[in-house]
Design a protein around this ligand. Structure first.
Ligand code: NDP
Length: 246
């Protein structure tokens, strides 16, 4: 018996990195899981295959998070194909770097579209399906809370914004028994922030434990919040950062 037996989850950006680990973990806990992706069709198919190998239903949906119509349709398709929706994980994100002198307005706008506007869009679509006990889990970042290096303005703004929005969702949806939580990773070993990349040493300068998180470290926290352990956690921010922001 898994903690999510019979539940249905949708993970945006579930083709790679943290989102793929979350999708696999939720399936391991018993959920049927849909993932969205932008470009990585074959990697999304691999995630679906591993979900199905656990005996759950899996579904991959191409939907650019910046395209509100496509993202809304993906949420509806997931609910229709998998028999409802219990858990939405707003995970898809991008991380363009550059100081205020370097960052273009187009990069800023794209960052806000994918990291912030899409959270509003997907959540608005999901709440038409979520029952009492539903979960909205949004992946933020420690950079939304503390910025220790240059070049982060658009990204830090986006991740601070989702904290405010998630708290507001908690107020909007509490009476329906739906929770809204931000899980806030620190440096995590993915394509976005590889543990063997050129920035790794400086990235870890503030870490208390001296290593990147694995995507599975994040997935474990998301699974806890998605399951019975998350029933009374709402409006909260849960930091999973090895002490980076300590
Ligand atoms: P990756 O770059 O490894 O993976 C990003 C995922 O998001 C992919 O599945 C990608 O799809 C998807 N995605 C990106 N843009 C879009 C889009 N426009 N529409 C739909 N899907 C999209 O990132 P991580 O796994 O590292 O990051 C996941 C989340 O965690 C993000 O919100 C990120 O900001 C956050 N985070 C990550 C940290 C880290 O150190 N890695 C630290 C703090 C927060 P595709 O494969 O098709 O491109």
């Amino acid at each position: 018996m898994g903690s999510l037996d019979g539940k249905v989850a949708l993970v945006t950006g579930g083709s790679r990195g943290i989102g793929a680990a979350i999708a696999r973990k939720l399936a391991a806990e018993g959920a049927h899981v849909a993932v969205t992706y932008e470009k990585s069709a074959s990697r999304a198919a691999e995630v679906v295959a591993s979900i199905e190998s656990l005996g759950r239903k899996g579904l991959a949906l191409q939907a650019d998070s910046a395209d509100a119509e496509a993202l809304t349709a993906a949420v509806d398709q997931a609910a229709e194909a998998l028999g409802g929706l219990d858990v939405l994980v707003n995970n898809a994100g991008i991380f363009p770097r550059g100081t205020i002198e370097e960052m273009s307005l187009a990069d800023f706008d794209r960052t806000l579209a994918v990291n912030v506007r899409a959270v509003f869009v997907a959540t608005k679509a999901a709440v038409r399906h979520l029952p009492a006990g539903g979960r909205i889990i949004t992946i933020g970042s420690t950079l939304g809370e503390r910025v220790a290096r240059p070049g982060m303005s658009a990204y830090a703004a986006s991740k601070a914004a989702v904290v405010g929005m998630s708290r507001a969702f908690a107020r909007d949806l509490g009476a329906r028994g739906i929770t809204s939580v931000v899980v806030q990773p620190g440096p995590t070993d993915t394509d976005m922030n590889p543990a063997d990349g050129p920035r790794a040493a400086s990235t870890l300068a503030l870490s208390a434990v001296g290593r990147h998180a694995s995507p599975e470290d994040l997935a474990a926290t998301v699974a806890h919040v998605a399951g019975a352990g998350g029933a009374f956690i709402t409006g909260s921010v849960i930091t999973v950062d090895g002490g980076v922001n300590a």
